[in-house]
Design a protein around this ligand. Structure first.
Ligand code: ATP
Length: 353
């Protein structure tokens, strides 16, 4: 037995001869906000649907709050769900949409309407009771969907790309609202997203998936600062990859220059990974890898330079804070050197595909 709220054990889902989930094991604590993050087709929606009972696993087990729910139909499980497409009843008012599940469960209409008003306040839609979905913006419809999912006070909230259909400004606003509400209610929440920024800003923990397996589970900081695999390093944030020869276990040779490796590596080839903001840019006379500045983009709070290494065609992205950039940057076409602190680099064995 486990003390986690949701326990997923070696879950496999096959669609004919295609295996969408290849033995997923995962524990989610009560009150946690977890994001399933990964590229299209990695299996994140299938996993969420299996948790909801909308998809029957081929093998494995799902235990929610101590109850084995693996093969239970959705109506016998304890969750609320919000889809990307809102999925509100178009012919029902906002109030009736939210009240629907409550009345279905036998709650008296006037009591249900009291609850509806409470939920509308919580999702900041006070006074919208009598509107129909078509009279609301996308963001407002999604807040109604959220209230409807939460109205039955489920133990688990499932969010299937709830923000994808919204424009950028509404999306960011709703991100904050969902996080605030989730923390206020303390409800265990799982959100599926392919948007790394969404996952990094919203989740307590991120489950990074690829090709039906879990690549890494960690806090946003762990995932960003210590990616467990090249895939995670590449998928989350921007990462520069530098092919290197291993001189000694802890020394790497890049472009004829020996640099320390952040950890011992086996084999002859390795790849050093560096975030753009971890790279310093210096004068050609200073130590570091020689490079030429190819492009300079002003991004507001920072300046992004694209630098080409002197001895090969590798292009590296380097981010310099706007504050530091004020002290002077090389111009486009000028030579420079690139350096970094070894603790801010990662190394992967072999060459990145
Ligand atoms: P997206 O972000 O595009 O929705 P995803 O990570 O959520 O991607 P899933 O929808 O879980 O991916 O699908 C995982 C894989 O399983 C995909 O290759 C998909 O084609 C396949 N798949 C999903 N549902 C079915 C189904 N009902 N029948 C056959 N294959 C399916």
């Amino acid at each position: 037995m486990t003390s986690s709220y949701l326990h997923i054990d070696r879950l496999i889902k096959r669609f004919d001869d295609f295996t969408a989930l290849k033995g997923i094991s995962l524990d989610i604590k009560e009150g946690e906000f977890v994001c399933f993050l990964g590229p299209s087709g990695c299996g994140k929606t299938t996993l969420l649907r299996a948790i909801a009972g909308l998809e029957l696993p081929s093998e494995g087990q799902i235990v929610q709050n101590g109850r084995d729910v693996t093969v239970l139909p959705p109506e016998q499980r304890d969750f609320g769900i919000v889809f990307q497409s809102y999925a509100l009843f178009p012919n029902l008012t906002v109030a009736d949409n939210i009240a629907f599940g409550l009345i279905n469960r036998g709650m008296k209409k006037n009591h249900a309407m009291e609850k509806v008003r409470e939920w509308l306040c919580l999702v900041d839609l006070d006074g919208y009771e009598d509107k129909f979905p078509a009279q609301l913006s996308g963001g407002q419809q999604q807040r109604v969907a959220l209230a409807r999912a939460l109205a039955l006070s489920p133990g688990l909230l499932l969010l299937d790309e709830p923000l994808s259909a919204l424009d950028a400004k509404v999306r960011i606003h709703l991100r904050h609202e969902i996080c605030q509400l989730q923390r206020k209610l303390g409800i265990t929440t799982i959100m599926v997203t392919h948007d790394q920024e969404e996952a990094l800003t919203m989740a307590d923990r991120i489950v990074v998936m690829n090709h039906g397996v879990v690549e890494q589970v960690g806090t946003p900081e762990e995932i960003y600062n210590n990616p467990a695999s090249e895939f995670v390093a590449q998928f989350v944030g921007t990462m520069n990859f530098l092919p290197a020869n291993v001189v000694d276990g802890d020394q790497l040779k890049i472009e004829g220059i020996t640099v320390p490796s952040p950890q011992d590596v086996k084999g002859r080839h390795a790849t050093l990974a560096l975030r753009p903001e971890q790279i310093r840019i210096g004068k050609p006379s200073e130590p570091g890898l020689g490079a030429t500045v190819k492009t300079i983009e002003f991004m507001g709070s920072f300046v992004r330079l694209e630098c080409q290494l002197r001895d090969n065609s590798s292009l590296l992205q380097v981010d310099i804070s706007a504050e530091r950039a004020k002290q002077g940057l090389p111009a486009r076409g000028e030579m420079c050197t690139l350096s970094w602190d070894v603790v801010n680099s990662q190394v992967f064995e072999g060459e990145v595909a």
